[in-house]
Ligand binder design. Structure first.
Ligand code: NI
Length: 135
């Protein structure tokens, strides 16, 4: 039987939604106020779901201390209180929260090893959230 363990993290970061593939007018039309030149910030809520068998000895899917360490190293140390546009992951793709979610999924998937990461959810505001799962 497979079991799931989820944990929630928060990080603050800024971004500006803009692509050189569009004109300034097209960018403004596509992204609205998120295209404002000086950017803006979000307090992102990030949920990470891991899955697997419950270990017979520990009774756990994964030790939360281990998950915290990976999230701290891969995500919080890199993105908290940063400008997403300046990160290497967003050279060549717009730092929409869809793309941020994909980047986080990929970083965590690689760090956790195959088969452990099930799902990443990123809440951008009270009303908007984005989710990524393995294909
Ligand atoms: Ni935004």
């Amino acid at each position: 039987m497979k079991a799931y363990f989820g944990r929630r993290y928060t990080l603050s970061a800024s971004h500006r939604l803009h692509t050189d593939a569009l004109t300034d007018e097209e960018n403004a039309a596509a992204y609205g106020k998120c295209n404002n030149p000086h950017g803006h910030g979000h307090n992102y809520g990030i949920e990470v779901l891991v899955g697997g068998a419950v270990d017979r000895e520990t009774g756990m899917v994964m030790n939360l201390v281990d998950l915290d360490q990976v999230v701290r190293q891969q995500v919080l140390a890199r993105f908290d209180h940063r400008n997403l546009n300046l990160d290497a992951a967003f050279q060549g793709q717009v730092p929409t929260t869809e793309n941020f979610c994909r980047v986080l999924f990929s970083l965590l998937k690689n760090a956790l090893g195959a088969g452990e990461l099930e799902h990443v959810r990123v809440e951008e505001t009270e009303n908007n959230f984005f989710e990524c799962s393995a294909e």
